[in-house]
Design a protein around this ligand. Structure first.
Ligand code: WTA
Length: 638
């Protein structure tokens, strides 16, 4: 393993020791790195399963992300924004600060108050950050929706959060096409009378229909004052809601606070990326996902980092787009997903090899397990065997990274495919059904045994669901929903989800949410969805559909249903394959035998699957297997 012994010369053994001795005081010491208007009186109020950090402390996220930096170094570049067709913008911390102040005043002029929810549906443009930070400045709670989501998905989220303002753009660009975002928002909010205004950024400069609710970004900003005092907010004040998929049909509104969340991000950004003043950081995540919230918006800005923000797709207009950007901006830290890496690897080494990537000093991955071959390719071809790779495991709910190498803190032998060890100050274990720690090299469930500062406050408007989803399997530990193995040296190997959640190209999708999407098509009586391994996306969606009486399977109907699911959820929900079947295999208790479906989709034989469903008798599984296979042949052939 010595090939992968990598550190950055930082050998701080004290930090981890302190964290092990007393994690509460340890996190309070980390929180002191932030600016507080008033110091907290309680570091942690732990009323299981609700954790509240730095209670009594007064803080503001936008003040920490902007004012603190502007006071020291206003001319520092915050964003090197790269748009489509080589369009670009350089934005300093001072520029960003002015825009945020102005937009905070715009929001106030629209009647936005502390605690109000604001939905943001924007492409990857600097105004997305401006909108989020302006909400944070005045204590409004932002709810950002990925700009690839459909009108129906937006409607559900706007309704659940009760947002009174929606911020969007006329259109965004994707692979050379204009996506009409404003039109989608109009459809989403029709009938939602509590939405008072829609703010429209003129990004694509396409004609749009404006109603009396609609206000143009440029009109509102024209006379806005560049001076807005940040609200002195409680540390526990909600910073944002981010909807994510779970095991039930409805997305969950993960609610994050301010002081604890920012402490987690400040610390992890420093430990993981060893951020330095001269660095050019590039995280390819869309801000619509948690990685973008934590490691494009809050983490880097808290450190006054310079980062590349990219609007387009990673492989458009050419397969060299990422390497071109790294060369152009002399990127030093590159943080991306295994899905993107698998795709780049398929394009061949010749492409990255013809670019100057020598500025890189640190590489990262997030969102899914990384195959060791891909890890090695990343290490050899992109990092030229000189850059450590940080494989960071975490979740929307954890707020920030939980398991990862921390080269900014210590030297560690990296192992391709392992996220290595928990960060200092978090207590992670691999346990069995009963909650007992399993022996090394044994598969179990990953749990967090102590509260951590980035932990979600709750699920928006639903404390009961919060308790049920994360704290009912084990009463005193947070249940992550992931399988893991700890090797004998304490390295953790993440093995994917243990629940009915899929990870498609790193995006989280619940099978129940997908199934209710399919069933909402007029021809579909019942549906079941499973994931099968995919060589680029990690996992691909396979749908099994039982049609209503009067419908029969055909290529046309298949395409219609696929189009429907894209409209209901978004293009990321497109199934790789859709099978029409006459019935779904279920256990006696009515649970769909998802692993059996998976086996059918993968073309496995019955011998491999007869023991898969522990809730069903072997004979029952065998019968179901044959029936489903037969009905696929009968009804529809590819
Ligand atoms: C998976 C993304 C393996 C995991 C930040 C988790 C990972 C889910 C890794 C959360 C990793 C994330 N190795 N698996 N390094 N990082 N995951 O909420 O299954 O979109 O539960 O947050 O992604 O997905 P989410």
């Amino acid at each position: 393993m010595s090939d992968y012994l990598i550190g950055l010369g930082n050998n701080d053994s004290k930090t981890r020791k302190k964290a092990d001795e007393d994690f509460v005081t340890f996190w309070a010491d980390q929180a002191k790195n932030l600016h507080w208007f008033e110091r907290w009186h309680d570091i942690l109020q732990w009323d299981p399963p609700f954790g509240r950090w730095f209670v009594g402390g007064k803080i503001n996220a936008s003040y920490n992300a902007l004012d603190v930096i502007v006071q020291k170094n206003p001319a520092k570049t915050a964003l090197l924004w790269e748009g489509k067709d080589g369009e670009s913008r350089v934005i300093t911390y001072h520029d960003l600060w002015i825009e945020v102040n102005k937009f905070s005043n715009v929001l106030k002029s629209l009647g936005v108050q502390k605690g109000d929810r604001i939905t943001i549906y924007l492409p990857m443009v600097p105004e997305l950050l401006v909108s989020m930070l302006a909400c944070a400045r005045i204590g409004a709670i932002h709810s950002v929706i990925f700009s690839g989501f459909s009108a129906k998905s937006i409607k559900d989220r706007v309704e659940d959060s009760g947002s009174k303002i929606v911020i969007t753009a006329d259109g965004g660009f994707r692979r050379g096409n204009v996506i009409k975002l404003k039109e989608t928002v109009d459809e989403a909010i029709s009938g939602l009378d509590f939405v008072q205004n829609v703010v429209v950024l003129e990004r694509a400069k396409i004609p749009i229909i404006m109603s009396s609710k609609d206000k143009k970004w440029s009109d509102l900003m024209k006379y806005a004052s560049p001076d807005c005092e940040p609200e002195k907010l409680e540390s526990t004040h909600p910073l944002y809601i981010l909807y994510t998929s779970g095991t039930t049909g409805k997305p969950k509104g993960v609610l994050h606070g301010t002081g604890g969340y920012l402490t987690h991000l400040y610390s992890t950004f420093k430990w993981i990326f060893d951020i330095r003043d001269s660095d050019v950081y590039f995280c390819t995540a869309d801000i619509g996902w948690v990685t973008g919230h934590s490691y494009v918006v809050y983490g880097p800005l808290l450190h006054g980092a310079t980062q590349v923000m990219y609007e387009g797709a990673p492989d458009f207009p050419t397969h060299a787009r990422m390497w071109e950007i790294i060369q152009k901006y002399k990127v030093t830290i590159f943080y991306t997903t295994p899905t993107a890496l698998r795709m780049f690897m398929k394009f061949g080494d010749g492409i990255p090899n013809s670019y100057d990537l020598s500025s890189l000093r640190l590489l990262g991955t997030v969102g899914e397990p990384i195959n060791p071959e891909v890890w090695k390719w990343y290490y050899d071809v992109i990092g030229k065997k000189k850059c450590p790779i940080v494989d960071t495991w975490w979740q929307t709910e954890t707020g920030g990274a939980m398991i990862t190498a921390v080269p900014g803190l210590e030297t560690i032998h990296l192992r391709p495919g392992s996220a290595t060890r928990p960060i200092p100050g978090v207590d992670i274990a691999v346990v069995d059904e009963a909650g007992n720690e399993v022996a090394p090299e044994t598969k179990g469930y990953l749990v967090v045994r102590k509260p951590w500062p980035g932990m979600l406050l709750t699920l928006w408007n639903d404390d009961e669901k919060y308790k049920l989803a994360y704290w009912s399997k084990y009463k005193t530990s947070y249940y992550s929903g992931d399988y893991s193995i700890k090797d004998k040296d304490g390295y953790l190997w993440m093995l994917g989800r243990a629940d009915d959640v899929l990870k498609v190209a790193g995006h989280r999708l619940g099978t129940a949410e997908l199934e209710s999407g399919f069933v909402s098509h007029k021809s579909v009586a019942e549906s079941a969805v499973c994931g099968i391994p995919h060589d680029v996306k990690g996992e691909a969606i396979i749908a099994f559909v039982v049609l209503r009486d009067g419908y029969s399977g055909s290529e046309t109907l298949k395409n219609e249903i696929i189009l429907h699911i894209r409209n209901v959820i978004g293009p990321i929900a497109s199934p790789e394959q859709l099978y029409f079947v006459t019935r779904l295999p279920k256990t006696r208790s009515g649970k769909i035998m998802r692993r059996l479906l998976k086996a059918i989709a993968k073309g496995d034989e019955i011998g491999d699957i007869s023991t898969l469903e522990n809730e069903a008798a072997v004979s029952e599984v065998q019968i179901a297997f044959e029936e489903v296979k037969q009905s696929i042949k009968k009804n529809y052939t590819k």
